[in-house]
Design a protein around this ligand. Sequence first.
Ligand code: GLU
Length: 496
Amino acid sequence: MTSASTEAPIRVRIAPSPTGDPHVGTAYIGLLNYIYARQRAGKFVLRIEDTDRARFVATSEEMIFDSLRWLGLNWDEGPDVGGPFGPYRQSERTEIYREHADILLQTGKAYRCFCTPEELEVVRKQQMASKLPPRYPGTCRRLSSEQIEQNLATGKVHTIRLAVPPHGADLSSATTFRDELRGAITFEHNNVDDQVLLKSDGYPTYHLANVVDDHLMEITDVIRAEEWISSTPKHVLLYKAFGWQIPRFWHMPLLRNLDKSKISKRKNPVSLIYYRDSGYLPEAIINFLGLLGGGMPADINNGTEQFTLSEIIQHFVFTDIRVGGPVFDLTKLKWLNGEYLRKLSPEQFFLAVRNRVFSDDYLRQISSLMQTRIEILSQFGDLTSFFFSDNVIPAPDVFLPKKRSLDETLAFAQDQLVALEASEWTHDALESGLKKLGEEKSWSVKENFMLLRAIVTGSTTSPPLLESMIVFGKARTLDRVRRFLEAQKKLTTQKK
Ligand code: GLU
C-alpha cells in the first residue's frame, strides 16, 4: 500500500468542449472538481477539449472562462493562466496525439482503418435492420501488411482504431474498473467498439486526446458526468495499452428535469449565461449546486440548506454523493436566490440592481435604439420595459396574425425557436435565418417578424426587433421564446 506521503499530489480537471453556451452541468462538475482539489491541497486544471471542429463555436471558450470565474471557480492551470503542463487547449496539442497514435500502431494496440464513410454506413444500416448495436465489424483489423502498405502508397485516407481485445462471452474478455461511487464496473468486450482514435483529418477523437492529456497532465482523479461511464472501458484499455497508471474515476450523477429526464434546454434553462444575465447571484447557484446529489451533511447551519463555497469545501463528503439523478429544481433555485438577495445590505442590493438590471453598458445599448423614437425622455420606459422584465407573455390578440390559426402560429413559433437556437447572434445571421424559414413555411416577412416581436417584447410596437434581441442577448431571448411556447402549451392542454 502506498503511504499518504508518497501518493501523488492531487490533480483534477474539467475538460469542457467549446460547442455553445456553457452548461449548468459544467458548473456542477466544475464545482465538484474545485472542492475536491481545495479539500486536498491539490490543483484544479481547466482544459479546453476543442478537437471536434464540426461542433466548435468560436465564442464559447470565452463564455466558459467568464461564467466559471463569475461563479468563483478559479482554476490553477488553464489556457489563459498557463501552467507547467500546457498547452491546455487540445487543438494546440495535435502533434502529441499523433505521436501517441503511432505508438499504439507500433505496439499493435491500434490499427489503420481504410473503410469509407459510405461503407461504414452500409454496415450500420444492416446492423440496425437486424436490431444489432452499431459496431465496427473489424474489417481492417484483418488486413495484411502488404495490403496496408499498398493502401498507404496510393494515399488512401484512413482513421486509426483501438484494437479492443478479442471478444468472447466469458468475462476474461472484459474490462473492469473501479468507480469511486459505484464500485467495480465491468464491460464485456463484446460491447466495446473498436473506437476511432485518430480521425482522417488528423484530429484525435475525444477518447484518445482525453486519456493522453489526463496522463501527461498527471491527473489523479477524473471527476466527470455519469454519461462517460460507457466510454471508460475504452479509456482503461488505452491506459493499459500505453502501460500507464489508471486514475481514480468518479462519475457524478446527471442533473435531471423535474420529470427525471436528463436535464435539457426544452424543460430548464441550461445556459450559465442565462442565469448570470437574468440576475441570479453566483452564491445562490453555488449553494444550489452544492445541495444537489448529496455530499453536504444535512445539519450544516441548522439545516437551513444555505452555505457558502468555503463551507462546502469544509464539509462536503464525496463518498456521500447519491448516484440517483438530482433534480434541477428551478423553484428551489429561485427561492435560494431570493434568500441571497435578502442577505445583501440595502446598498449592496441597490448595486446589484444597478450592475445587473440597469448597467451602464446595457442602458447605453438600449438608449442608442431609442434616440430617434421618443419625444420626451419619460417615454423611454414605455417602449423598453421588456428589456427589464422577466415575464413577458403576450395575449393571442397581440401575437396571433390575422389570417393564422393558433395551432399553425405555435408550430411556426417553434420553428423560429429552432432557427434562433442554431443562429449566430448577429443581425445578418438572424435576418437571413428567419427569412429563409419564412420562405420555407410560406410566412410573410411581416407575419414572421410580428410574431417574434410579440413573443420577445410582449407588444406589437418596439424598437427594431433584431437589434433589440442582440442587446437582450441570445440566452435570455431563447428562454423567452421557450417560456412563451410552454405557457401556450399549458393553456391549450387546459382547454382540451
Ligand atoms: N470534453 C468532455 C465534455 O465535454 C469531457 C469529459 C471528461 O471529463 O472526460 O464533457
